[in-house]
Write a protein that binds this ligand. Structure first.
Ligand code: KG4
Ligand code: ZN
Length: 352
């Protein structure tokens, strides 16, 4: 019997069982992460090695450095995740890994490791889309949440508005026409001289700034639920460069607050408009930018005002982690969607 046939037979048996434990691996960008998740909801361990210190010198992620660091850390991180869960390799029921989108060299480290492990243990292998992982972080924080719901996914590489449908399929409602929200935050932070990764630092600086100090443009998009951040980014760069050229010192907090408000206005307004038009009463956030304090506040207010349910992952699950990959993998397992040992990394893998 081939590996895939055996894996399928084992996966079918798992469907009728409780306490299914998935060892999940994430290495799509600058975090090497491993976790053990039970039944797609309970996090038995969640270990993350962040490479921020390695990349901060360069002001952004250097792909070669990321790949090398993943190679060094993946084995210790997997062992740490098993140890924290109090389990040995033999007590794991399946192995899951992010196969895209992301940096190809970084993804390949996780994919190769997971394939080797699944083959050696003779366990099913589950390939997970990183974006789906971010969405599924909500299942860890909200044990009773099930589709359908509308989800705003905002990360360093993606800004999508999606319908999460029953059966764990996805329907695209809107997406960015240019930059991702996180990318825009990071760029604006860089212009303000804030160190990488800039998004969280800009968020912090904005907390003590006047968000009406500088008027910034709100974009027009042809499709009503699409986003666009590049015009805003350019306006912000021109504003700050103009001040620097005139020898003025940058009012960092006011600039950060004005920029944050412009991004959050757009994210929140379009998302609420879509929810209303589609008649959706349940809304979820996902991705690194869902940690943004103003975005969380704004969505809470907007949903409370309309009597809508709002789901936001706990902060520990907003950024890249492997627990969210375990949550997504469990849902793929339930649909018996398994990967073979020919699984490859796909840097531009799409969800929809
Ligand atoms: O989801 P994530 O960890 O990685 C990707 O899949 O891209 O998202 C990282 C992005 C970065 O751009 C980071 O600056 C941004 O999320 N981010 C934030 C905040 N925390 C993380 N942006 C704004 N405010 C925050 N508090
Ligand atoms: Zn991510």
């Amino acid at each position: 019997m081939s590996y895939l046939e055996t894996a399928r037979r084992d996966a079918e048996k798992l469907l009728g069982r409780k306490n299914v434990r998935i060892l999940a691996i994430e290495s799509s960008c600058d975090e090497t992460a491993a976790a053990v998740v039970e039944d797609g909801r309970r996090v038995l361990s969640n270990c993350v090695y962040s490479q921020i210190d390695l990349h901060s010198l360069y002001g952004g992620v250097v792909p070669e450095i990321a790949s090398r660091a993943h190679v060094e850390k993946i084995s210790p991180i997997v062992r740490a995740a098993l140890e924290e869960a109090g389990l040995g390799f033999s007590q794991i029921d399946a192995v899951a890994v992010t196969c895209g989108p992301g940096l190809v060299g970084a993804l390949l480290v996780g994919v190769s490791y997971a394939k080797g492990l699944a083959a050696a243990l003779g366990k099913p292998l589950i390939a997970v889309n990183h974006i789906e992982g971010h969405i599924c972080a909500n299942y860890l924080s909200f044990p009773l949440l099930e589709p359908p719901y509308l989800c705003l996914v905002v990360s360093g590489g993606h800004s999508h508005l999606l319908m999460v449908e029953e059966g764990d399929t996805y329907r695209l409602i809107g997406c960015t026409q240019d930059d991702a929200a996180g990318e825009a935050f990071d760029k604006a932070a860089r212009v303000l001289g804030l160190p990488y990764p800039g998004g969280p630092k800009l968020d912090l600086a904005a907390g003590s700034g006047n968000d009406r100090a500088f008027p910034l443009p709100r974009p027009h998009t042809d499709r009503p639920y699409d986003y666009s951040f590049s015009g805003l980014k350019t306006a912000f760069i021109n504003l700050t460069h103009g001040m620097a050229q005139r020898g003025e010192s940058l009012p960092v907090n006011d600039l950060a607050a004005s920029f944050r408000r412009a991004v959050v206005d757009q994210l929140a307004d379009k998302c609420m408009m879509a929810a209303e038009d589609l008649g959706q009463r349940r809304l979820a956030l996902a991705g690194g930018v869902s940690a943004n304090r103003l975005l969380r506040e704004r969505m809470m207010e907007a949903c409370a005002g309309r009597g809508m349910e709002l789901y936001m992952p706990e902060l520990k699950y907003t950024g890249d982690n492997a627990a969210m990959i375990g949550a997504a993998a469990f849902r793929r397992l339930r649909h018996l969607q398994l990967a073979g040992l020919d699984l490859n990394a796909d840097p531009s893998l799409r969800l929809v």
